[in-house]
Design a protein around this ligand. Sequence first.
Ligand SMILES: C[S@@+](CC[C@H](N)C(=O)[O-])C[C@H]1O[C@@H](n2cnc3c(N)ncnc32)[C@H](O)[C@@H]1O
Length: 270
Amino acid sequence: MAYRLFEGKGHASIYQKYRFTPPTELKNIIIEYLDKKKGQPHVLAVDLGCGTGQNTRLLAPCFQKVVGIDISDCQLEEARAVPGYPNITYSKGPAEELPFPDGSVDLLTAASAAHWFDREKFFVEANRVLKPRGCIALLGFSDPNTKLKYKDCGDKLDHIYQGVKRVLAPYTSNPAIEAEGKLEGVFSAIPFPDKERIESFRVKNLISVRHLLGFIETWSMFQGYKKKDPKSAEDLLVNTQKRFLDEMGVTSLDTEIEQHFEYFCLLASK
Ligand SMILES: C[S@@+](CC[C@H](N)C(=O)[O-])C[C@H]1O[C@@H](n2cnc3c(N)ncnc32)[C@H](O)[C@@H]1O
């Protein structure tokens, strides 16, 4: 059964606005891995669960052709609306049934998406479409170690942030728990013996209060809460925004906070 949590137009448009592009340095590590295992040429990369295309666009300069795949029409509509990437195409469909011939793909990626896939079916399909020594890179960010910093009130901002996560905890699905655990179970299930993981790739973002609230709004657990109780979900955002601004002693939503968090990446070669 596919999880259909990212379908709405509203959700897709906040995705385009507030989701982060993975760090370029992490993308470089993935490309170096591909070079080491399979080598040149870099013909075709496929970004699965591409959403609004942040990771897909990051890959574009490194391949002759990049295809973004997602099950959500609304997410794809947002992705297609971004101009300037002539070698990217987007296609609707599940990661478990890919529209590519056997042995035709150099790199398969999934950014913050692999936890939603049917593992067994996905790995059978990955094995089918990858070229010999072709690679998989499943990346994401893991939030439990996120730290916020603004002048001397970082601890208080962390406390507010963790409070939001506690309210949303009952709406956290099993796949989202797997993502928080850096895809431990997915890693064990990768059928290729040649696999490794980057446990922690720390990044620092400067993020406005507005963007941080928008990012929270993109979470599947927030969307679950909003579906069940739209008024309380809206109140949670409004109150959190107020608490952040009060602690920081500012009024502008454009005030920037340092956000320290970590990415992880599972790498494997066929
Ligand atoms: C959390 S979003 C991540 C989007 C994007 N990769 C990013 O980094 O922001 C997960 C995406 O995976 C898609 N998705 C979920 N299950 C899928 C499946 N079985 N096959 C393809 N896409 C799927 C959803 O529609 C959604 O756009």
